[in-house]
Design a protein around this ligand. Sequence first.
Ligand code: ARG
Length: 261
Amino acid sequence: MKKFVRIISLVTVLALACMIFASCGKKSDLASVEEEGKLIMLTNAAFPPFEYLGENGETIGVDVEIAQKIAERLGVELEVVDMDFNGIVAALASGKGHIAAAGMTVSEERLKSVDFSVNYVTSAQYMIVPADNTTILTSADLKDKVVGVQEGTTGDLYASGEWDGDFGVKQVLRFSNAVEASTALMNGKCDLVIVDELPAKLIVAQNESVLKLVDTPLTLEDYAIAMRKGSDLSKIINEELQKMIDDGTVEDLILKHTAVQ
Ligand code: ARG
């Protein structure tokens, strides 16, 4: 009998511990934002016009201004954490920030670990090639090529054959940002770079004599803000974002941050 009681109490203690643990894990994001007095945004600030470093090393860009508006609505400060793009989804899921705003494409794979807001930008992957290239024109021309990408991006997935099928790429060279990938291209280390539309256009504009963009896009993608699964921030984020889409703010921000590059 005593043994039975001991087992029962052990089970009860374990059950209670589990419940406490689970409820900690499910702590409301809204409450945590209010408690901390700040909204923490994870990003990778090497992706103009969406996020890049300003003259004083501060992170600026379209996503930062969007998140700033959301923070204002929440009545808190915005804190931006600049990190490797490849680690953002895991960092968000494990509670290192409240949102990820990083020109991030909505994907099935990411939806397994995070939620997404409404889409705020339509984008696509583009190929950057040497200015004198005449042979790389479509995805079929990826065969046997060395492709430079930013690690963990949809461009990486595309080149690796995990987005739209296998194109028989010879090698994928992964860099921590698209500028590094493009530098490798200019140094002859790869045959082309695959990167999102607007960052690609800016990189080409800055290196016009040596690089050019292939006109045909490879994909069609939507950017959205990522949140933890089940986050109670989603209502406010979607409301603010939708307002900024409808009244043209998002478009204006894109023009503003493209012009300063
Ligand atoms: N849209 C691409 C993706 O979601 C690339 C995003 C890169 N963003 C950045 N801030 N570096 O994979």
